[in-house]
Every structure is written in structure tokens, then in C-alpha cells.
Ligand binder design. Structure first.
Ligand SMILES: C[C@@]1(CC(=O)O)c2cc3[nH]c(cc4nc(cc5[nH]c(cc(n2)[C@H]1CCC(=O)O)[C@@](C)(CC(=O)O)[C@@H]5CCC(=O)O)C(CC(=O)O)=C4CCC(=O)O)c(CCC(=O)O)c3CC(=O)O
Ligand SMILES: NC(=O)C1=CN([C@@H]2O[C@H](COP(=O)(O)OP(=O)(O)OC[C@H]3O[C@@H](n4cnc5c(N)ncnc54)[C@H](O)[C@@H]3O)[C@@H](O)[C@H]2O)C=CC1
Length: 189
């Protein structure tokens, strides 16, 4: 099964993370690059997790998950080591129309976390459709090395051109040519 790649706007979308261990922290760190509308429920929180919660002023509750906790959350991340409870939370997410990501079970995922790199306006996300998260991570590291660090400056220049020049064929051709030349210069470096 492959997944449709899309970039979600998280504004006004509340996210619930269930779990406070190693993997919950990994997912939280990634989410914090994009939003802080995040609440966390877990029986126990690791030190890293508690620090990230405090540093970002996130709402948290130290207790077990109970049915209905999902209400009002657009997205739920299930990062617990309890497979039957993962299935239950997935079922709750069907009732509440929330998108579910269960870190242990692809069958309970409406979406999966990609490996990604972010450099201002540039975001590159990589998925292996669950085949090998390790390959996704190492491919990202390789891309981090080969993508020029000045790409965000070039993107800013392109954004300004798009905002100042009138729409139309002439602008389209000019922007396309500039983009093509930038990539060619990079490949010659
Ligand atoms: C399906 C998915 C669901 C989801 O989590 O959304 C999922 C599931 C599982 N991961 C497992 C293992 C590992 N995951 C990582 C790392 C990452 N995992 C991420 C995503 C995803 N992991 C989604 C698919 C993404 C895709 O491939 O398209 C990344 C990319 C993004 C992120 O986590 O934010 C992040 C790299 C971040 C970065 O640095 O860029 C490593 C390596 C490491 O930790 O260094 C290992 C060990 C090596 C290995 O197994 O490959 C296990 C087995 C657990 C076990 O064996 O007990 C399961 C469950 C299963 O497969 O059943
Ligand atoms: N998707 C991924 O990238 C990966 C997923 N995993 C899987 O992720 C799962 C979690 O792993 P870790 O974070 O390392 O485990 P962990 O033991 O560090 O954390 C588990 C967390 O779940 C919480 N929890 C357990 N039952 C709960 C309940 N009823 N209500 C609320 N919270 C509850 C615990 O308090 C703890 O905070 C494991 O099953 C593991 O196989 C592991 C590696 C990578």
C-alpha cells in the first residue's frame, strides 16, 4: 500500500499524543517543528518528554487513556507499547473522525510519519511506505549533505519575483528558466 503525499496545514487542528516514552518524544519533536497545539496523555513521561512538554507549555495529563479522550482532536498519535489499546484508540478515532497514526501498527495508521528535512521554505519528506524507516532516515541524511545550504536564499528570491511580477506566460517561462539554471549550477558544483 502506498500513501498519498500531502503537506497538511495544522493551524486550528488539535493533536493528541498518547504515550510519553522514547517514540512519543521522537514524534513530538517532529510535530513541534510545525505546531504546538499538542496535548499529551500517558501513564509515565520520560525526562526528555517532560522537558519538551514544559518548554513548550503543552497540556498534559499523567494517567491512562480512556475512551472519548480523542473528542475534539483532529489527529491522534498512538505511541504506546500496548497493542490491544492501540486497536481500541484506532476504533475511537473512527467514531470521532480523527486521523490516527499508530507507531506500531501500519494497519491502524491513516497516515505515517515521513523522514523529512526542513530548510526554511523547503521541506522534503521521504516515505518507504513502511518498508524501511531506517532507509528513509539515511536517505534524508544523504540529501541533507547534497542540497546546497543557500537554497533557502534562492527560494526567497523566487518568492519575491512571484509576488511582484504579474501572473502569466511570461512570468511562468522566466521562473521556470531561473529554476532550471539554479539546479544546473548546483549539479556542476
Ligand atoms: C510505519 C511507520 C509509522 C509511523 O511511525 O508513522 C513506522 C513504523 C515503525 N518504525 C519502526 C522502527 C524504526 N523506526 C525508525 C525511525 C523512524 N521511523 C519513522 C517512520 C515510521 N515508522 C513510519 C514509516 C515511515 C516510512 O518508512 O515510510 C521515521 C521515518 C519518522 C519519524 O518517526 O518521525 C523515523 C526516522 C526519522 C528520521 O530520523 O528522519 C528507526 C530508525 C531509528 O530510530 O533510528 C527504526 C528501527 C530500524 C527499522 O526498523 O527500520 C518499527 C519497528 C519497531 C520494532 O522493531 O520494535 C515500526 C513498526 C512496524 O514496522 O511494524
Ligand atoms: N514508529 C516508530 O518509528 C517506532 C515504533 N516503535 C514502537 O513504539 C512503541 C512505543 O515504544 P517506546 O516509546 O520505546 O516505549 P516506552 O516504553 O518508552 O513508552 C511507552 C509509553 O506508553 C505509555 N502507556 C502505556 N500504556 C498506556 C495507557 N494505557 N495510557 C497512556 N499511556 C500509556 C507509557 O506510560 C509510556 O510513556 C513500541 O511498541 C515500539 O515497538 C519502536 C521503534 C520505532
Amino acid at each position: 500500500m502506498s500513501y498519498f503525499p500531502a503537506f497538511l496545514k495544522l493551524e486550528n487542528k488539535k493533536i493528541l499524543i498518547v504515550g510519553g516514552g522514547v517514540i512519543a518524544y521522537q514524534k513530538l519533536k517532529h510535530l513541534l517543528d510545525f505546531t504546538s497545539e499538542i496535548s499529551v496523555i500517558a501513564l509515565e513521561f520520560s525526562e526528555d518528554m517532560q522537558k519538551a512538554i514544559d518548554d513548550n507549555g503543552l497540556h498534559f495529563e499523567k494517567r491512562g487513556y480512556s475512551k472519548g479522550d480523542i473528542e475534539g482532536f483532529a489527529i491522534v498519535i498512538v505511541a504506546i507499547d500496548d497493542i490491544p489499546l492501540q486497536a481500541e484508540i484506532f476504533k475511537d478515532s473512527r467514531e470521532h473522525g480523527s486521523l490516527c497514526n499508530a507507531v506500531d501498527s501500519v494497519e491502524y495508521c491513516d497516515f505515517i510519519f515521513p523522514s523529512y528535512l526542513k530548510n526554511d521554505d523547503l521541506t522534503i519528506a521521504i516515505s518507504t511506505s513502511g518498508a524501511s524507516p531506517a532507509v528513509a532516515k539515511h536517505l534524508k541524511r544523504y540529501l541533507q549533505e547534497v542540497i546546497p545550504s543557500d537554497i533557502s536564499v534562492f527560494l526567497q528570491e523566487m518568492r519575491e519575483l512571484r509576488e511582484t511580477l504579474p501572473k502569466g506566460r511570461e512570468r511562468m517561462n522566466m521562473l521556470d528558466k531561473k529554476a532550471e539554471e539554479y539546479i544546473k549550477r548546483w549539479r556542476r558544483r
